[in-house]
Design a protein around this ligand. Structure first.
Ligand code: SIN
Ligand code: FE2
Length: 226
């Protein structure tokens, strides 16, 4: 009888695990590209860095200016962190929970963001902010533009880890119907130039368990704020 605790069949070795898939580029709009599986080989290091950041600056559910509790839990690292409260959306150097500066951006994160941006055609990307989004099943991010940054010449670099999600990527008008792209563990989205202010969002996360993150998805979004 088959033992349910037996190791996976040898085919996993013959064909490689999905984590060993060679990355490829998928352009989705002018100035926007999905770097498929780009971060897979460094996922463990990235998640360890996220854990260290969250030990200092815990994930929390921010309140929108309209008074809604966001379903995505957030924290930040870097010189600047993105926050929302009754007073609005903004960047700040301190974690309002502790009054201390946000944890420094780990080199592993900054390096990957810079390399991904360069790969996508944006040289010398030097992000000051890394927003870390934690999605549990059901969490979502409604369509929005990233426009709290003073310097819109730099792209957005966004890394997906853990459970898969559906990325909604629209146009420059809120009314433009967004296209839907699956984002899986290790995918990196980069958008800038003519797509810098594209509306985007994440559809409600579906139930699941991922070996790297459990029942969650972690997203790291790097931005040059000024
Ligand atoms: C964001 O728009 O800030 C995050 C997008 C994502 O979670 O992939
Ligand atoms: Fe965004």
């Amino acid at each position: 009888m088959a033992d349910s605790h037996a190791p996976p069949p040898a085919t996993a070795d013959l064909f490689g695990s999905p984590d060993e898939e060679a990355p490829w580029d998928e352009p989705i709009a002018p100035g926007a590209v999905l770097l498929r599986r780009y971060a897979c080989s460094r996922a463990a290091e990235l998640l360890a860095a996220v854990k260290a950041v969250a030990a200092d600056a815990p994930f929390r559910h921010l309140i929108t200016p309209g008074g809604q509790r966001m379903s995505v839990a957030m924290t930040n690292c870097g010189d600047q962190g993105w926050i929302s409260d009754r007073r609005g959306y903004r960047y700040g150097a301190e974690d309002p929970l502790s009054g201390k500066p946000w944890p420094a951006m780990p080199d592993s994160l900054a390096r990957l963001a810079r390399e991904a941006a360069a790969h996508a055609g944006y040289a010398d990307f030097a992000p000051q902010a890394c927003l870390i989004n934690l999605y549990r099943p059901g969490a979502r991010l409604t369509l929005h533009q990233d426009r709290d940054e003073l310097d819109l010449s730099a792209p957005i670099v966004s890394i997906s880890l853990g459970l898969p999600a559906t990325f909604l990527f629209g146009g420059l008008q809120r009314a433009d119907r967004p296209r839907r792209f699956p984002l899986v563990h290790g995918d990196v989205a980069v958008w800038g130039g003519p797509s810098r202010l594209a509306f985007h969002g994440i559809a409600p996360l579906r139930d699941g368990v991922h070996p790297a993150t459990g029942a969650s998805r972690v997203n790291l979004t790097f931005r040059k704020t000024r």
